[in-house]
Ligand binder design. Structure first.
Ligand code: MN
Length: 148
């Protein structure tokens, strides 16, 4: 079998890639899977992941110093990035800057799948405490959007 290609099996799964739990650290989320499509190496120290949020699900509301470069690959959904909530669909590209609250939600009755590029060496996500949540909830749109 060629190692040059990790063939798509269909339905956003790949021959040599395991479908993993999104997170195992107890962070809150709903119906999200994770697949690692490229594992970094010293001369390319980044990881390419494919996340898929099932209809009605959401990723963890979090922030961290490392950045995300995201491209939507399947379906559509809504994304909180800082003060903004954006609708995103196939091939849209989303940049999550450092230290910026973000959350992905599959709100359109379809899976919301996206590629996400990160540095291998990265800080752990921070979850919002009560003070952060109170700040976030001052914006009524964000208040209604976030899931914790
Ligand atoms: Mn993140």
């Amino acid at each position: 079998m060629s190692t040059a290609i990790n063939r798509h099996k269909g339905n956003f799964t790949w021959e040599r890639t395991e479908v993993l739990k999104y997170k195992e650290d107890g962070s809150p989320f709903k119906d999200v899977t994770r697949q690692i499509l490229f594992e970094g190496r010293p001369d390319l120290p980044c990881q390419l992941r494919y996340f898929e949020v099932s209809p009605g699900g959401h990723s963890t509301l979090e922030r961290h110093e490392h950045v995300h470069a995201v491209m939507v690959a399947r379906g559509s959904g809504k994304v909180l990035v800082g003060e903004e909530i954006v609708e995103a669909g196939p091939q849209d590209v989303i940049h999550v800057p450092p230290d910026t609250w973000h959350q992905f939600r599959a709100v359109n009755g379809e899976p919301f799948g996206f590629l996400c590029l990160v540095n291998c060496e990265r800080d752990r996500p921070q979850l919002p405490n009560d003070t952060h949540l109170a700040e976030l909830r001052r914006n009524p749109r964000i208040k209604d959007f976030i899931r914790v």
